[in-house]
Write a protein that binds this ligand. Sequence first.
Ligand code: SF4
Ligand code: SF4
Length: 97
Amino acid sequence: MVDIEFNIENVQKCLCPGCPVQAQSSCVKEKLDKLKSMSGSPGPDDVPGLYCSTGKAKCKDLNPKEMCKCGKCEIFTKHNLSQGKPAGYFCANGKAQ
Ligand code: SF4
Ligand code: SF4
């Protein structure tokens, strides 16, 4: 059972915001813009990332034909997520188990 905590430290490590799967998403862009001016702690719905912790993306305009960056993420390595299910594309497939 993998349990990746949703916290600011992990949000900052997550590579999803720079992932090509999300690059053309206006929904993701809007969330990233809002985050920049947000005071206080963002919640899971505010952050377009850390899907291995929080599950499928709320934004529906992602492009799963592009390449997932999770394999290069330190959280992925630390929690050995390549051995889990799903083993990437958490934005589409749900949180790491
Ligand atoms: S889970 Fe993978 S495919 Fe989805 S946005 Fe993050 S890095 Fe990209
Ligand atoms: S493994 Fe993927 S979804 Fe999880 S923090 Fe890293 S880049 Fe984000």
